[in-house]
Ligand binder design. Structure first.
Ligand code: PLP
Length: 389
């Protein structure tokens, strides 16, 4: 089985696993970090030094970072927590239709509480115009949430331009950076980001670990979603999972250290894959050709059906445009929003590459893809698609 689904999750890096297992068995590190005795203080120190380290990677201060269970929780806490906390100032939010479900469903939950949400449409390449964000902001807007890198297409949004607009209009700007950390540099100050969601498992760390950055000068508090002990300044109560926190900081440290070398290597593999696949007739790239993260290649194939395509590629771990949603027969809402027909959205495959992907694997995937498409077209009930000779 060849794994080409790094956008869904990544394997844990051995160096991360080592830090985590050492933490789990260490008699020095099992205490509750909230305890005031010496073992508790020692664990607290380890957690605080991880916090400082991760915060530093995005140009934030340690006190601006909250540990969570992942980007889903961070998205919920940022969007719902900030909107509720500021509801006396206004009850309007701005986001886009291509956001992750964690953002969209948080917005839908707020709509049920009487908030209004503007869902903006990106262009046919998946790129959102910053001017559209500007035009959508009203007197009542309190939060704008736009992702950095899209998890289906890899499209990179111009978060710095959007951040500038939000700052000038005094609106809070939230960015979901689950896919971009370790692949693109992130600087919350230069990008004018007020809230940023991170996930460990998209960057060779453990599942169930994440963080939320909250700019101390812009947003002191959000309304918490959980209630309990006063951990994490009362914003996210619950005993901190020491091994998860240390594993996450190790994973992000490795990714950050490799920022200059790893993304270009993966981008070259991704480009090689596209170069080979693009020779197949009636295959289209989904997303912007240039404004795209190194690790994702999403293609639609005319004249074949997505399920059959994935079945033909069953020796490869891949995603179709609909894999993130349990109702897998539904065509991807992200691809549909780019103007793809149901058939093209369904006949799509997301290849996502990563640290352990080799050129030989990419070549095998390209060979198998060409063979599968050719075979399915011979059997296709759709007939030859337009534009195919
Ligand atoms: C994976 C992902 C999430 C969810 O992250 P978890 O840590 O799995 O909760 C949110 N947003 C984007 C863009 C993602 O790719």
């Amino acid at each position: 089985m060849i794994y080409l689904d790094y956008a869904a999750t990544t394997p844990v890096d051995e160096r991360v696993a080592e830090v985590m297992s050492r933490c789990l068995v260490s008699p020095e590190l099992f205490a509750n970090s909230a305890s005031s005795h010496a073992p508790g203080r020692r664990v607290n120190q380890a957690i605080e030094s991880a916090r400082e380290q991760v915060a530093g990677m995005i140009n934030a201060a340690a006190r601006e970072l909250i540990w969570t269970s992942g980007a889903t929780e961070s998205d919920n806490l940022a969007i719902i927590g900030a909107a509720r906390f500021r509801s006396n100032r206004g009850r309007h939010l701005v986001t886009s239709v291509t956001e992750h479900k964690a953002v969209l469903d948080s917005c839908h939950a707020l709509e049920k509480e009487g908030f209004d949400v503007s869902f903006l449409h990106p262009d046919e390449f998946g790129v959102l115009a910053p001017e559209d964000v500007s035009a959508a902001i009203t007197e009542a807007t309190t939060v704008v949430s736009i992702m950095h890198v899209n998890n289906e297409t890899g499209v990179i949004q111009d978060i710095r331009a959007i951040g500038e607009i939000c700052r000038s209009r005094d609106v809070l700007f939230h960015v979901d950076a689950a896919q971009s950390f370790g692949r693109l540099p992130i600087d919350v100050r230069a990008d004018h980001i007020d809230m940023l969601s991170l996930s460990a498992h998209k960057t060779y760390g453990p599942k169930g670990a994440g963080a939320l950055f909250l700019d101390a000068r812009r947003i002191g508090r959000v309304a918490p979603l959980l209630h309990g002990g006063g951990h994490e300044r009362g914003l996210r109560p619950g005993t901190l999972p020491t091994h998860q926190v240390l594993g996450m900081s190790k994973a992000l440290e490795i990714a950050q250290r490799n920022l200059a070398g790893e993304p270009p290597r993966i981008a070259a593999l991704r480009d090689h894959l596209w170069q080979r696949i693009s020779t197949i007739p009636a295959v289209q790239l989904n997303g912007h050709e240039a404004r795209r993260s190194c690790h994702i290649l999403n293609v639609s194939v005319a004249g074949v059906e997505g399920e059959s395509l994935l079945y033909g590629m069953r020796d490869f771990a891949l995603s179709s445009g609909s894999a993130c949603i349990s109702d897998a027969a539904e065509p991807s809402y992200v691809l549909k929003s780019l103007g793809r027909s149901d058939q093209l959205a369904q006949g799509s495959v997301r290849f996502s590459l990563g640290r352990f992907t080799t050129r030989a694997e990419v070549d095998q995937a390209a060979d198998a893809f060409a063979a599968t498409v050719a075979r399915l077209r011979d059997l296709s009930p759709y007939g030859l698609p337009d534009g195919m000779d």
